[in-house]
Design a binder for this molecule. Structure first.
Ligand SMILES: NC(=O)c1ccc[n+]([C@@H]2O[C@H](COP(=O)([O-])OP(=O)(O)OC[C@H]3O[C@@H](n4cnc5c(N)ncnc54)[C@H](OP(=O)(O)O)[C@@H]3O)[C@@H](O)[C@H]2O)c1
Length: 271
């Protein structure tokens, strides 16, 4: 899709990857509806973008039903006024690196909700007001393709989002709407605590800058790539994990002691 003058609803716009995507999209001539919980943070992002007056901010807690309905209403209003949204990017996300046994029910619900249920609901809403041709792009994770200790909830949610995107894209074949999936590997944002970043460094897990992810998102939008896994060797591990999961399990088993060490440190910090 040509991005010039396209209107894009971007969730998680105040976060590390969201800001980078917003910057790239604005530079490509798109007009943004920036969504996040914090109005000031969204305004601060808007102020940094090319031609700030072309972009709007919308503060909403996407896990709150009323806020989601307000966003639906706003998008419908844009539809009626002819300023239709052409692209939705479901980017807002959270995670907690912890053993399942340590997790509260509320934190599990919150993580599944924002990472999987909310994108499903936003996609469903979008079917009513998204312009044709239109794109829904879901930001997943390498952990949607590889189960990793300490991230069981996150892996489950992102894997669900991958299959959801694939199924909906096929369901909407020939409807004028594409559903795309982009899966970053570890990325240098506040989503990862300093201890998680330290663990990734010690284990040799490579990480990308948010700008690398944003550029890949723009490429996927322009070329309408169905799914994209960012970075070697993660891209390869995702494939190997599908065919020979025992090989990946062996490699993760070698990291197990360090993973447990860091989870225990994070857990004891909280107590
Ligand atoms: N960083 C990584 O290592 C990594 C790797 C793979 C995939 N990803 C995925 O990339 C996406 C962006 O992550 P990031 O690294 O940029 O994280 P981040 O910097 O922590 O940003 C998260 C964004 O989500 C928003 N958000 C959180 N809870 C929300 C809620 N209840 N309602 C509305 N917005 C909410 C935050 O805004 P407010 O707090 O202001 O509401 C913020 O804009 C996520 O889907 C994540 O799973 C990240």
């Amino acid at each position: 899709m040509d991005l010039q003058h396209k209107r894009v609803l971007l969730t998680g716009a105040s976060g590390g990857i969201g800001q980078a995507i917003a910057t790239e999209l604005a530079a490509a001539g798109a007009n943004l509806l920036l969504v996040g919980r914090n109005h000031e943070k969204l305004e601060a992002v808007r102020a940094t973008l090319a031609t700030p007056e072309n972009h709007m901010v919308f503060s909403a807690d996407l896990t709150c039903e009323t806020d989601l309905e307000r966003l639906n209403h706003k998008s419908n209003q844009l539809y009626e006024s002819g300023e239709r949204i052409d692209i939705v990017i479901n980017n807002a996300g959270v995670n907690e690196f912890n053993f399942l046994a340590n997790r509260t029910v509320a934190s599990i619900q919150q993580e599944l909700n924002l990472n999987l249920f909310v994108p499903v609901l936003v996609s469903r809403m979008a079917l009513n007001w998204l312009n044709r041709p239109g794109i829904i792009l879901n930001i997943g994770s390498a952990f949607g393709g590889i189960g990793y200790p300490g991230y069981s909830i996150y892996c489950g949610a992102k894997a669900g989002m991958y299959r959801f995107s694939e199924a909906l894209d096929r369901e909407l074949d020939d409807s004028g709407i594409r559903v795309l999936y982009v899966a970053p590997r570890a990325t240098d944002t506040d989503l990862n605590s300093p201890l998680v970043k330290q663990m990734n460094q010690e284990l040799g897990n490579r990480s990308d800058s948010p700008q690398v992810v944003a550029k890949r998102v723009l490429k996927s939008l322009k070329e309408e790539t169905t799914s994209c896994w960012i970075g070697w060797p993660e891209k390869l591990f995702v494939r190997v994990n599908q065919i020979f999961p025992a090989v990946v399990a062996r490699s993760i088993r070698r990291q197990q002691a360090r993973i447990h060490h860091f989870i225990n440190m994070i857990h004891s910090e909280k107590e």
